[in-house]
Write a protein that binds this ligand. Structure first.
Ligand code: KG4
Ligand code: ZN
Length: 335
């Protein structure tokens, strides 16, 4: 009999539900984005996000079930993101999933959002298996992980301050591009020269896989202030391209270093920033030079979605690792 998991994701500004068959096959994936709502505030407003999840969740889950053409009685389990993320937003999905589990007497599987981002790759690449080194770069996280097995992870490096996506969003705001910054910086950078300015690439002698993006952010802001004081015109496309190059250079260098040290043959990208074309190209070159196989999810599964949660949930389900009705959301959940 097929394993069918209904998955729910509501950790930030996307309300999403998906039905996953046998772990890696997407029967349906519905994503209701709140980007248009949060745009006017220049970023995600947590309370507004929670309220919109409440408004959307029922119809998003209903649509996912309908599109997949499955009945609640067909489900093997319901999987839900319980952290990390915005606490009020997470609680909407967790409460809804608990209700479905209780009403249909099926297991509840609690999924870590970062585990979900990694699992997005299992959907796109049916043949991909651990071990590998994975860069998870999103709006909330920048981690280099050694994925030893489906449920076994080692954190090799992390950001000491801003996440990579957060840096994209902040720089987009200071150069007047609006939210969300990543895709807008990427588009503008195509018209610019990535060698026009040299923004910092931070290295830590004692932690070769760690990141810091606050320096590059301050450096861009200082550059803009200086130009403003002197009354010199700024070339936003050059700033976008040079900033993007500074970030993609360190993401690539540190991740490849981790691959070589861990002696893996596969390098995997995940999270919203892995949708970035310049980052993918940088990794393609580095992977080729170092004889590594490169994997990244198709764009729709890079940013937040429930399909990746269903896939991660499947591997937890196989372990028999179920949550009960006492499950709570954990805003700063660790991997
Ligand atoms: O994974 P995600 O949807 O949410 C979190 O878990 O945080 O990632 C969203 C982040 C945002 O910061 C967004 O600006 C960034 O991913 N992002 C990109 C691109 N598309 C999304 N950053 C760079 N280039 C892109 N094309
Ligand atoms: Zn995410």
């Amino acid at each position: 009999m097929d394993n069918l998991i209904l998955a729910i994701e509501s950790s930030c500004d996307e309300t999403s539900a998906a039905v996953i068959k046998n772990g890696r096959q997407v029967k349906s994936c519905v994503i209701s984005s709140q980007i248009e709502i949060h745009k006017k505030f220049g970023g995600v407003v947590p309370e507004v996000a929670s309220r919109n999840h409440i408004l959307n969740i029922s119809s998003v889950v209903g649509e996912a079930m309908e599109k997949a053409k499955v009945q609640y009685s067909d489900l093997s389990a319901v999987a839900v993101t319980y952290g990390p993320g915005l606490i009020g937003a997470l609680l909407v999905g967790v409460s809804y999933a608990k209700g479905i589990a209780a009403a249909n007497n099926i297991p509840l599987v609690a999924v870590n959002h970062i585990h979900g981002h990694i699992a997005a790759n299992y959907i796109t690449h049916a043949e991909l298996e651990p071990p590998f080194v994975c860069l998870v770069a999103s709006g909330g996280h920048s981690h280099i992980l050694y994925v030893e097995d489906y449920m076994k992870f080692e954190i090799l490096g992390r950001t000491r301050d801003d996440a990579a996506g957060e840096a994209f969003d902040k720089i987009a705001r200071v150069i007047g591009l609006g939210y969300p910054g990543g895709p807008k910086i990427e588009a503008l950078a195509k018209e610019g020269d990535d060698a026009a300015m040299k923004f910092p690439r931070v290295e830590f002698a004692d932690a070769p896989y760690d990141f810091s993006f606050s320096g590059v952010k301050t450096s861009v802001i200082n550059y803009l202030h200086n130009a403003e004081q002197k009354g010199t015109p700024v070339n936003s496309a050059n700033i976008a391209a040079s900033f993007q190059k500074a970030v993609t250079d360190v993401l690539t260098a540190h991740t490849i270093r981790a691959c070589l040290d861990k002696k893996v043959s596969k390098v995997v990208l995940a999270g919203g920033v892995s949708a970035n074309g310049a980052l993918r190209e940088s990794f393609m070159r580095a992977a080729q030079e170092n004889n590594l196989e490169l994997y990244y999810p198709q764009p729709i599964y890079c940013t937040d979605n429930a399909a990746m949660i269903g896939c991660a949930g499947y591997y937890k389900f196989l372990e028999g690792n179920f949550a009960d009705s006492s499950l709570n959301a954990v805003a700063n959940l660790k991997l």
